[in-house]
Design a binder for this molecule. Sequence first.
Ligand SMILES: Cc1ncc(COP(=O)(O)O)c(C=O)c1O
Length: 476
Amino acid sequence: MLEITLNLYEDKKDPYYVQLYRHIRQEIKSGRIHAGTRLPAIRRLSEHLDISRNTVEAAYLQLVSEGYVESRPRSGLYVLKLEEDFSFLEKVTNQEPGRQDAEEIVETKPAASPVLRCDFRNGTIDLSSFPFSVWNKISHQIMQEYTNSLSLYGDPQGEPGLRHQLAGYLRQSRGVRCSPDQIIVGAGTQQMLLLLCQLLGTERQPVAVEDPGYNGARSVFSELNFPMVPIPLEEDGIDMEYLMKSEAKLVYVTPSHQFPFGMILPIHKRIKLLQWAAEHDRYIIEDDYDSEFRYQGRPIPALQGLDKSGRVIYMGTFSKSLLSGIRISYMVLPESLISKYKDKKAFLEPTASLIHMQTLERFMEEGWWEKHLRRMKNVYKKKHAFLLSAITRFFGERVKVIGQHSGLHIVIEVNDGRSESELVRKAEEKGVKVYPTSPYWITFDTQLPPRLLLGFGGLSENELEAGIRLLKEAWT
Ligand SMILES: Cc1ncc(COP(=O)(O)O)c(C=O)c1O
């Protein structure tokens, strides 16, 4: 397919990626884009429409997750054949000359899709266990006490008191060795990565990434035009031989709980990784996004704690352990980079909210954070065990669980002859949302059995039970 052309409108409610996704979906439903058509490459379409590659990628990901298109290895995205007859939409479009009008009629038709009964979305947390009253009380105190300082932006690295608390917590619970001065707090891991990449500059390219791996990090690298080297995974994480033969000058890894497949990088690979970085003057970005939650065996200390040469940049977040909406994440820079940061980037104002940072600081100082973490470990441990037992009860050996015993999601492998998109669609027909793992790959191999991601943090045991039961009905 050559190009896709449409008018894009500035609209806060419907960002560009939604408009693009809707347009392509409409073209597929009406048959104007046929099954088997290859969609334009992301870079080409983004140049053609003069929008970012992220926007096109987000629209494409939505189409993949809804089963309209599928990704084929080293080839691209192809339109799938729809089972339903959408030809009536064509008639509506023909009768109505204005594109906007026609789409509105289509969009406002009574919803044919079933009610959403269970959403196994990744990244959701158990809100019912969040200590709202304590948080609100502290936040209220902060507002009353700090009237003057709240009119300022605060320290560019994030509140010093919070960094002090963080340094203590990271040392004790994750084995990270750092001073508060090495920490930068900001509004989300992607913001931290953006800042880091700007700091590292072009001499740190290309960057090696796990394949499959976290697409949120990949989109930052791609936005900043950092060439990426996909490194395949072995049973126990990143393929070190492959990495060592590559030209990469930087690597992004999730060693304590590989995203999405959940393996833990063993000590011999950690040592090799650190040697590779030390001997060749490379850096390692360690994303330790959810390792507070480990349900079996000893806690795995962070890679950063083993690093004697200052090659590891450690990243963490409060999104899973506290509240995703709070948007507080952080990175720990080695000494060499912190001085560079102070030289080059300290003019940047902080991105995280001063009020939230000060609230969090006191929340930690008064011992609430420790208490909350202890509580959440039990809550998620129970949910995790419940989910695994429900899968065994309903599916027995038919479904294999991958990457268990840690974090707030699991991956299941369903080897029953159906494709990933078919499984997603069948589940959706029963009102259950499960998520494909193919978008996390750069070089996706369709020969692999389909694997689906199930986030469980925000679901109750009843919802987990109902969700797995409905999946059984959907896939029988
Ligand atoms: C691998 C990985 N890193 C980081 C994050 C969290 O990012 P943030 O701090 O922006 O919420 C996620 C969220 O799902 C993730 O999967």
